[in-house]
Design a protein around this ligand. Structure first.
Ligand SMILES: *Cc1c(COP(=O)(O)O)cnc(C)c1O
Length: 411
């Protein structure tokens, strides 16, 4: 069955932009379904890194010479692209970081001075470990208490329970926009509005959202929003922290060093203005520039087209996989992205993943950095296939055939 032809989306042309998709693995053409862990990179992004180091490599923000100017302009242009991409009001509300984890830690560290013993922090039951551990550390430092929004069997947050957790002691709420383990799209706009009624700030982990749907931080009214370039067709080692200007001004710097100061003497140092206050040291210049190119690339395809195409892949794969007897999908919320977490009855997910790898199909197995979710379902982990806009229904057919083969071999 060739469904791809029905989709108004030139996936064949798009695939040519990604050199890695020409690869073979174990004698088969690569099927890459580990996009929730990291995305592949189009040639334009790869080229932009080589171009930077070949033609205008220099340290930024302080040089008078031409190369430094060019590099600074390109880096700051990338910041502007991120600002537009997420709908931020001001360019200096976008802080370059090394990625989601770094961004979350800047905020968690910043709140050390703003919390008191007995204050409450609310997180969801479906967070990535990077969105649990920094808050536990913050609670240890401050005496604040961590509260958890439970989820239901479908893998959706229980909003009634969330409402009952909020009170005047709630200072912070942290929720991912989209769960990396289940694909659930959380009702973050509603979550933010409810938190604001109690005067709490909200940080949204957008690591899974930014490559798959249009994000508008002003419409959401998010206080903080974070993501990593490497999940958005960009390089590793770069990401952003968006924060409302008023919040970023309240938080202390995370690291001390060059770039983040206005004046330094041994008596007193004054910090630089935003965004530099949070960007100590020489940044990942090539990464920032390449991140901007990745955003141009995603925009050239269009987030709406990407979301619509990925929904078709999700529906196609869900239908086919559910026809396999004994296969259970975890995360069946009506509102979800192209992530399918599943298990075969009586079979360890690792064994399924190993057989799929032998067939050239890359999936992830395990707890997906979200152990509390696995505890909830009382399973050791799942097999996770996560699709991107460069995947095809033919590749899904190969996954389905591979899962059937694994089932025959293992049960
Ligand atoms: C990948 C991911 C993270 C961590 O991102 P890093 O790039 O490893 O810092 C955090 N949250 C979610 C939902 C993720 O998918």
């Amino acid at each position: 069955m060739n469904q791809t032809a029905k989709i108004p989306f030139d996936v064949t042309a798009i695939r040519k932009d990604f050199p890695i998709l020409k690869r073979e693995v174990n004698g088969y053409p690569l099927v890459y379904f580990d996009n929730a862990a990291t995305s592949q990179k189009p040639q334009v992004v790869i080229d932009s890194i080589v171009d930077y180091y070949s033609n205008y490599n220099a340290n930024i923000h302080r040089g008078v010479h031409a190369l430094s100017q060019e590099a600074t302009d390109a880096y700051e242009a990338a910041r502007k692209k991120i600002q537009k991409y997420i709908g931020a009001e001001k360019q200096h509300e976008v802080i370059f970081t090394s990625g989601t984890t770094h961004s979350i830690n800047i905020v968690a560290n910043g709140f050390s001075n703003l919390l008191q013993e007995g204050d409450e922090i609310v997180v969801s039951a479906m967070e990535h470990h990077s969105n649990i551990v920094p808050w536990q550390m913050l609670c240890q430092r401050t005496g604040a208490v961590l509260k958890v929004i439970p989820m239901n069997e479908e893998g959706a947050l229980q909003m009634q329970q969330y409402k009952s957790l909020l009170n005047s002691k709630t200072k912070l709420v942290f929720v991912n926009h989209i769960s990396n383990a289940l694909g659930t799209i959380n009702p973050v706009k509603e979550i933010i509005a409810l938190a604001h009624q109690h005067g709490a700030a909200v940080l949204i982990d957008g690591a899974q959202a930014c490559a798959h749907q249009q994000v508008d931080v002003q419409d959401l009214d998010a206080d903080f929003y974070v993501s990593s370039a490497h999940k958005m067709c960009g390089p590793t080692g770069i990401g952003f922290l968006y924060g409302k200007e008023s919040w970023l001004n309240k938080l202390p710097p995370y690291q001390g060093g060059g770039e983040m100061i206005k004046e330094v003497s041994f008596e007193k140092t004054t910090y630089a203005e935003l965004p530099h206050k949070f960007e100590a040291g020489t940044p990942n210049v090539s990464g920032g520039i390449a991140f901007g190119i990745a955003i141009d690339y995603l925009n050239s395809i269009g987030l709406e087209a990407i979301a619509a195409y990925e929904q078709q892949l999700l529906e196609y794969a869900t239908k086919q996989l559910l026809e396999i007897p004994g296969l259970r999908i975890y995360g069946t919320s009506a509102d979800k992205t192209s992530v399918i977490s599943f298990n075969l009855e009586g079979v360890h997910p690792y064994d399924v993943g190993t057989i799929l790898d032998k067939l050239g199909i890359a999936v992830r197995t395990g707890h997906h950095c979200a152990q509390p979710i696995m505890d909830f379902y009382q399973i050791p982990g799942t097999v996770r296939a996560s699709f991107s806009f460069y995947n095809t229904t033919e590749e899904i057919d190969r996954l389905v055939a591979g899962v059937k083969r694994a089932q025959q071999m293992l049960s």
